[in-house]
Every structure is written in C-alpha cells, then in structure tokens.
Design a protein around this ligand. Structure first.
Ligand SMILES: [Zn+2]
Length: 203
C-alpha cells in the first residue's frame, strides 16, 4: 500500500512538472512569437503601423494568461513623437494611466471566473527608420512613428475554456480596428474588433 502511494505521488509529481514545463514553453514561445511579429526592426514595413488600428493577443495556459495590447500611439496618446513639452508629457502620462485603469473593463471575462488583471509593463516604442528603404527611396521618409505596447498578466480562479469573453473597446474613441487573437490551450480564435462590442465563445 505504501509502495502504491509512493508510485502515485511520483506520477503526480511527474505530471505537475510536465504541466509546469508546458506552461513555461507555452509562455516563452508565445512571447517570442509576439516579439518577432511586433518588434520594430529594420525588416518591418510601414503597412504594419496603421493609425487607429491595434493588435490584441490573449494567451492562456490553465488559470494564468498574458494579454498584449499594441496600438499606434496616435490612437492612444494623441501623438507619436517623444513628448517634449510639459503639456505633452502630462497628456501621454494621463492617457497611459487611463488605458491601464479601463483595461479590465474592455476585456471582460465571465465574472464567476474571478479573473484579476495585473499590469506588467506599458511603454511607448519608437519606430526605427528603415535605412535601406530610405537609401533605395522605396518609400518617402515619414515623420516619427511610435506604438504603445501594454502587457498584463491575468489570473483566474476557474478555467476560462468554455466561457464567454466580451471585448468592448468603445471607450477608446480613436481606435477603429483591433485584430484580436485568443489562445487558450489548443483553442485559437481570431477576430476583428470594430467599433461594436463582441462576445467570443471560448470553445
Ligand atoms: Zn504613426
């Protein structure tokens, strides 16, 4: 009997480590994927940066999730250059604070799942000039562009698989179009969010 118990606990331990391993690899591959897609680099095309557009990626493994929101800075803080005057600095700071505070009201998980948002980081990322494109005169040189990138951790008391997720970005008056990707374990959903709230069935 003792031996069986021991075997069971070893198996349970193995199972737990597997879950942890999967979780870690899931998050690292998810972040790597996001970084490759959105990191401003010299290979990046200007088409990827559209004023009024945003990208929202929600990835869940078990009860924990990560939400990455990226938008042209114009639609969030009202301009894209580095804030120079005190007025601009205050405006940028206020708009980012506002984004963080209203974020959980725009990505609404079923209330009985008791999901909590925790802000990881929020930053303004300036687009680097594509030197080769400038040299080859492929495109006229644009003014300074930048994006807002916000990352949140979400922890829920119950699994979100099978629940409904409501997305309502109508508070963001300057956003017209948000490309949404939701990954929950093996489930993947992609939707385009316009100016009307939507509900995604996570099944
Ligand atoms: Zn721009």
């Amino acid at each position: 009997m003792k031996l069986i118990n021991l075997n069971t606990s070893v198996k349970a331990l193995q199972k737990i480590s597997l879950v942890i391993l999967l979780g870690v690899s899931f998050f690292s591959s998810f972040s790597v994927c996001m970084a490759q897609v959105h990191k401003p680099s010299k290979h990046r095309h200007h088409e990827a940066h559209v004023h009024g557009s945003a990208k929202l990626s929600i990835g869940f493994d078990g009860l924990s999730g990560k939400v990455i929101f990226e938008a042209a800075a114009q639609g969030i803080i009202g301009f894209e250059h580095k804030a120079k005057t005190d007025l601009e600095k205050k405006q940028a700071e206020d708009r980012l604070k506002e984004l963080v505070s209203i974020f959980p009201s725009m990505i609404v998980f079923d209330s009985n799942l008791s999901c909590q948002f925790k802000q990881e980081k929020i930053e303004q990322i300036f687009e680097k000039t594509n030197e080769s494109e400038v040299k080859n005169k492929k495109e006229p040189r644009h003014g300074e562009h930048s994006e807002i990138s916000a990352t949140f951790f979400v922890n829920c008391q119950k699994a979100i698989l099978g629940s409904k997720l409501r997305l309502d970005f109508t508070k963001m008056k300057n956003l017209n179009d948000i490309d949404v990707t939701v990954l929950v374990g093996d489930l993947q959903k992609s939707v385009e969010l316009k100016r009307t709230p939507i509900t995604i069935d996570l099944k």
